[in-house]
Design a protein around this ligand. Structure first.
Ligand code: SAM
Length: 288
């Protein structure tokens, strides 16, 4: 193995976690290239896939595979190399490693051993989709892949339903119809679904529609079901009136705290509207 880790001003005995393009090679970052050029070795999911990327940019770095099934053993190999003072890079097939991709366990092992782990940020499908989604919710929850089996998937979606934020999922073409059908069945029909497909690639498309209409829209054209998907669902519509849980939380907090503080906390805990909670708190105060 070549010793050239210090070449590009890179840290030695460090693991760089490098984001790579989702599809359009033009999205590689300047710093990502610098790190991949300077690293002694690149740990990657599929060596052939990464070889193609490296060849495109004329980079000769040595590669070795780190995937779901060999991550523990490969982490050992990373540690050995780091103890020798090598500079290493970690990439996945596309996007940011360790985000719905292998890498998290290796990163944990490297950090636990006291070596530097340095992120080189760049492409990520969820963020790319959100940035162009037109959803205006201030918060989102990134879920990644839902369970493959219907019952577990439905249960997971039902658990996410009350969260006061947009929801972001990854999905593969062979499950896109089922997953969208389950989202439509479990969540409020008026929530917006953004279907971001093949981002940065030739057939990129970003469709935004009411969740209730999404299954029929997908079913109408096989091309809409091809490729890789990010699904983003808008936050739940504001509740009309308060649910019993929000009212219960408010009552408990009002017994202990000043009104404003109780309302603020009750809104944070329950996700219910602050105004509605405030009105209810005033009503309760008047009654007492
Ligand atoms: N680590 C990657 C990232 O940072 O986005 C995600 C890897 S995960 C194994 C692959 C999933 O990401 C795909 O099934 C799809 O849901 C989503 N994805 C990846 N590339 C995409 C693209 N070009 N367009 C839409 N979704 C994409």
């Amino acid at each position: 193995m070549r010793h050239q880790g210090t070449g590009a001003g890179l840290k030695t005995a460090a693991l760089y976690v490098v984001a790579t393009p989702l599809g359009n090679l033009g999205d590689i970052g300047a710093r990502a290239l610098e790190v991949l050029r300077g690293a002694d070795a690149v740990a990657c999911e599929d060596t052939r896939h990464t070889r193609h990327l490296l060849d495109h940019f004329g980079i000769r770095a040595e590669t070795f595979s780190l995937h779901e099934h060999n991550e523990a053993a490969t982490a050992e190999r990373l540690l050995r190399l780091l103890r020798e003072g090598r500079t290493l890079a970690l990439v996945s097939d596309a996007g940011t490693p360790a985000v719905s991709d292998p890498g998290a366990r290796a990163v944990a092992a490297v950090r636990a051993a006291g070596f530097a782990v340095i992120p080189v940020p760049g492409p990520n499908a969820a963020i790319a989709a959100l940035s162009a989604s037109g959803l205006t919710d201030p918060h989102f929850l990134f879920y990644g892949f839902l369970p493959a089996k219907e019952a577990a998937r439905r249960k997971a979606i039902a658990g996410l339903k009350p969260l006061p934020c947009a929801l972001v999922f990854y999905e593969a073409p062979h499950r896109i119809e089922e997953t969208v059908a389950d989202l439509a069945a479990e969540l409020e029909p008026e929530r917006t679904l953004v279907i971001a497909r093949e981002l940065t690639k030739l057939f990129e498309s970003i469709a935004s529609l009411p969740l209730a209409e999404a299954p029929a829209w997908l079913g109408a054209d096989a091309d809409r079901r091809r490729g890789e998907f990010v699904l983003a669902v808008s936050a739940p519509p504001p509740a009309e009136g308060l649910g019993p849980e929000a009212a219960r939380v408010l009552a408990l907090l009002l017994a202990e705290l000043p009104l404003k503080q109780a309302v603020k906390l009750a809104a944070e805990i329950s996700g219910a509207s602050k105004n509605a909670l405030y009105d209810l708190a005033l009503e309760k105060k008047r009654e007492s």
